[in-house]
Design a protein. Structure first.
Length: 264
């Protein structure tokens, strides 16, 4: 038996670009065959729904409300609900898994940190960073930013991307022996494609998810045309359109490396 987990999901409570209340996801995701979801709303440095002019603790409380509403709605329904974060730097976004509300409350300076400092802070809490849609191109983006040193993995399938952008993400991750991830990046129920991670056993907490992911026990999967009655998940790596890029990036690709600090 396979257990499918949505790794990339946005609620209207936390993400300004979503119009879906967290509680509405539960029955929908169960109907699509998911065993669990990770709520990854846009953080304060992204397209966040939380007002910017509030005290830090109040902002964190509101930010986590989507996760909490989903968790409450899923009780006794057999769908696991975990907490995650989509964290933005310069259009390059990372899915943070294994940190929680207490971690956010304890790190009010987190947005003053660079990519490497955030990576260290996440790791010190036992969490991981997975780059979301590495080769995403949109009209509001000026460049593609890649920082291999802060990647515990990368999305090789994001249902919001065209196939060629996912294939470039696969090539990037495969060339560097990254662990593969996949997710729907769902904001509402209108999208036709969905993704996720398949595991051969159930997962009961975000810490268990992190452990299973780092062991390499997860398989990236996707399904097409969910509104047309397609109920089967397929392996991302079995689809040539998702693994062999049909074109090169249109945007400039900027690589970030940690600066070497000379001993004084």
């Amino acid at each position: 038996m396979e257990y499918i987990y949505e790794t990339h999901l946005h609620t209207m409570e936390g993400s300004a670009c979503s119009n879906t209340p967290a509680e509405d996801y539960i029955d929908y995701m169960i109907g699509l065959g998911y065993s669990g979801i990770i709520v990854t709303d846009h953080f304060f440095n992204g397209n966040c729904a939380v007002p910017k002019d509030l005290p830090w603790d109040k902002k964190v409380e509101l930010y986590c409300s989507g996760y909490k509403h989903a968790e409450e709605a899923a009780k006794d329904k057999g769908l696991a609900v975990f907490f995650g974060i989509e964290y933005n730097f310069d259009g390059d976004e990372y899915l943070l898994y294994g940190v929680d509300e207490d971690w956010l409350l304890s790190n009010p300076d987190i947005m003053q940190k660079d990519r490497f400092e955030v990576y260290e802070a996440v790791h010190s809490a036992g969490g991981i960073m997975v780059q979301a849609h590495p080769y995403r191109e949109r009209g509001y983006l000026k460049a593609i930013h890649l920082t291999p040193e802060v990647c515990d993995g990368a999305e090789i399938f994001n249902a919001g991307n065209p196939d060629w952008q996912d294939a470039l993400g696969y090539q990037y991750a495969n060339d560097r022996n990254f662990l593969f991830s996949a997710g729907s990046d769902i904001h509402n129920f209108s999208q036709d494609d969905m993704g996720g991670m398949s595991f051969p056993y159930p997962i009961h907490s975000i810490k268990e998810y992190v452990s299973a992911f780092l062991k390499g026990d997860g398989t990236p999967v996707f399904k097409r045309n969910v509104h047309g009655g397609n109920s089967s998940f397929n392996r991302v790596t079995d689809d040539i359109a998702l693994t062999v890029p049909s074109r090169t990036p249109s945007l400039e690709v900027i690589w970030h490396k940690k600066a070497n600090v000379s001993a004084q």
